[in-house]
Design a protein around this ligand. Sequence first.
Ligand code: GDP
Length: 171
Amino acid sequence: GGARGPVTVLVLGLDNSGKSTLLNALRPEEQRLPSTVPTVAQQQDSFQSGGVSFSAWDVSGAPRHRALWERHYRRAHAVIFVVDSADHLRLVVAREELELMLAHPDMSGRWLPLLVLANKSDAPHALTPAQVAAALGLERIADKPWHICASNAISGAGLSDGVAWLARQVR
Ligand code: GDP
C-alpha cells in the first residue's frame, strides 16, 4: 500500500554500464546535471525523488570495496541491475556479479523486485533483452520477480517502462 516509507532502490552494475547516466536521467528535470561522472565504488551516487531513494554502486572487481555496497543490501526494497548490452565479453562477469548479489545472505530467499536494464540498446551490435536475459541466466531466478527491458540511458528511452514496472512491484 501507499503508506510505507521511502523506497530504497539499489542501482548495481559493472563499471561503464551506464549507472551514473541512468541516475541522472531519472532525476527530476531541475536536478539533472549537464554531465555525469562514472560511478566509483567508494563514491555512492544517490538522489531522492518522489519518496524513492536511489543509490548506485559499481560492482566491478575491487573485492576491498565489496563490503561498501553489500552493507546496503539489507535495506534495499528493489534492485536495478544495469548491463551494457554491447559489452559481449563482460556479460559473463556481469552474470557472476548478479549471481553473487542474489546469493548474498541479505538478498537470497527474500522477495525483492529486480529490474534488469539491457542498457546501450542504441549501440552497434547491442544484444536484445532476450539475449541479455539468456546470457545472465535470468530464467533461473525463482525467488524474486524480475523484468528486463532495453534502455538508452542517454535519451531516456525504455527507462519509464522499466521504472513503471518497478513502481508497480514496490507500491
Ligand atoms: P557507470 O560507470 O556505470 O556509472 O557508467 P556511466 O553512466 O558513466 O556511462 C559510461 C559511458 O557510457 C558514458 O560515456 C556514457 O555516456 C555512456 N552511456 C551510458 N548509457 C548509454 C546508452 O544507453 N547508450 C550509449 N550509447 N552510451 C551510454
